[in-house]
Design a protein around this ligand. Structure first.
Ligand SMILES: [Zn+2]
Length: 478
């Protein structure tokens, strides 16, 4: 029998607000354990939380960016459970009325096919602390710095049908989070984590199978492996005539397997109830609209514009748009104008990206500006310098913040494109190489390359090669 895999994802993204969600402790990663804490985020009796307004604003922005409707009146609820990293023994989250719901994102699959993935809801909540399991100590320690770090949870509809679709969806969410600048999206620091829900059903069936959840998968590639593994596990079980149970399994990325953790809890197990220490959230509609206006052109729209209006190939457009720094530079160069967008894109994806990868720097931290890049490209397109000289100038800018005109004159990079000057060189070279001229005319066409090479040499590499070839040919065939 043929099966279909159904995937739904719950993505947790840490917001990059300066302070935590319910207290004024710093929201920062990687600091000394238990130094960014206070009685509120460690759940001391008698303390009261105060909601950080920025958290609400950031979540509303994400709602707008994913086409959600915004519940400008909503509330927060307690989700009760015990775990050593949760000192209050409850997490403040949102249950029945999330801040944002009924949205969608369009994701680009291989081959340029677009697919719409529904967003069920986006709600705000607080993160828990972090357990540090220590073998030498033969026990576990807990770091509460992460307690109260603001999170949004983005819950998708079960609209994905493969691990590849899930990856495309995760990548789309990540670039949106980066574009609207509400999360630093550092997977290695756990800023984005996801719970993966997988079920399978016979192809053609409209009913969903029992779903299995895998919690806290912390890389996109891990999510793909977890989906493929779980989907195969379920298919094999069904083929053996076994039943699939709704349960939570732990994904072990190193082993590449998952293990039963517990039979799946239902919402009622958490005994949600309205958080009595916080008032209703109310956002004036004008504020909701104001936040909508701050949403920039999003990655998907950018890719479409690059392909349709600027003639950039789909893959290149996606590579440019997936990185905020790259597309910022690209957009600026194109708006300065006077050069081919395709050439700008080639430079950004080759030389600029290579430099950034090698140095680990962002474009904004380098000496490169859009004006400088456009100037180099324009000099090449106008035949004033060779492509190779352009690369030399680029290196000089990156390494020494050199002035373009100064590099050209110091290194003698200006290219001769003037017909009469090149013609003079061609005449001299051809007169001195009578044998090769005769070879060419006698049918040995590879003599052409030699003659053009001699002309380039005579010009000390400064002649425009295309012009040179054109004039040599004119002479030989004339
Ligand atoms: Zn605190």
């Amino acid at each position: 029998m043929e099966y279909e895999t159904i995937v739904g994802l719950e993505v947790h993204a840490e917001l990059n607000t300066k302070t935590k969600i319910y207290c004024s402790c710093r929201n920062a990663f990687g600091l000394e354990v238990n130094t960014q804490i206070c009685p509120i985020c460690t759940g001391m009796p008698g303390t009261l939380p105060t909601l950080n307004e920025k958290v609400v604003e950031y979540a509303v922005k994400m709602g707008h960016a994913t086409n959600c409707s915004i519940n400008n009146v909503c509330k927060q609820d307690r989700k009760n459970y015990f775990y050593p990293d949760l000192p209050k023994a409850y997490q403040i989250s949102q249950a029945d009325i999330p801040l944002c719901e009924h949205g969608y994102v369009d994701v680009m699959l291989d081959g340029g096919v677009e697919k719409r993935i529904g967003i069920t809801r986006i709600h705000i909540e607080e993160d828990a602390g972090k357990m540090l399991h220590n073998d030498a100590f033969q026990g576990s320690l807990v770091d509460f710095n992460r307690c109260g770090v603001p999170l949004i949870e983005i819950v998708s509809e079960p609209d994905m049908r493969s691990s590849a679709e899930a990856k495309a969806y995760l990548e789309t969410l990540r670039s949106i989070l980066q574009y609207i600048d509400i999360s630093d999206c550092k997977m290695q620091e756990g800023s984005i984590r996801c719970d993966v829900n997988v079920s399978v059903r016979p192809k053609g069936s409209t009913e969903f199978g029992k779903r299995v959840e895998m919690k806290n998968v912390n890389s996109f590639s891990g999510a793909m492996r977890a989906i493929d593994y779980e989907s195969n596990r379920q298919i094999e079980a069904l083929e053996r005539g076994e039943e699939i149970f709704q349960e939570t399994r732990r994904w072990d990325d190193l082993k590449g397997e998952n293990f039963l953790l517990r039979s799946k809890e239902d919402a009622q197990d958490y005994r949600y109830f309205p958080e009595p220490d916080l008032t209703t959230i109310y956002i004036p509609l004008e504020k909701v609209e104001e936040l909508k206006k701050t949403i920039p052109e999003l990655p998907n729209a950018k890719v479409k514009r690059y392909v349709k209006e600027l003639g950039i190939p789909q893959t290149d457009a996606e590579l440019i748009a997936e990185n905020l720094q790259r597309c910022g530079l690209f957009d600026e160069c194109v708006s300065i104008g006077g050069v081919s967008p395709k050439t700008v894109s080639n430079w950004i994806l080759a030389d600029v990206s290579k430099y950034m990868n090698e140095t680990g720097k962002d474009i904004s931290e380098s000496n490169l500006t859009a004006e400088k890049l456009v100037k180099i490209i324009k000099l090449i397109e106008d035949g004033k310098i060779s492509n190779n000289s352009g690369k030399i100038i680029f290196d000089e800018i990156m390494k020494n913040n050199a002035d373009i005109d100064a590099v050209i004159s110091e290194k003698g990079l200006s290219q001769i494109s003037d017909d009469s000057a090149i013609e003079k060189i061609v005449n001299e070279v051809l007169a001195a190489n009578e044998k090769s001229v005769n070879d060419y005319r006698g049918g040995k066409t590879n003599a052409l390359g030699f003659l053009v090479g001699q002309c380039m040499k005579a010009s000390k590499g400064q002649a425009n090669p295309a012009k040179c070839k054109e004039l040599v040919l004119k002479f030989l065939n004339g």
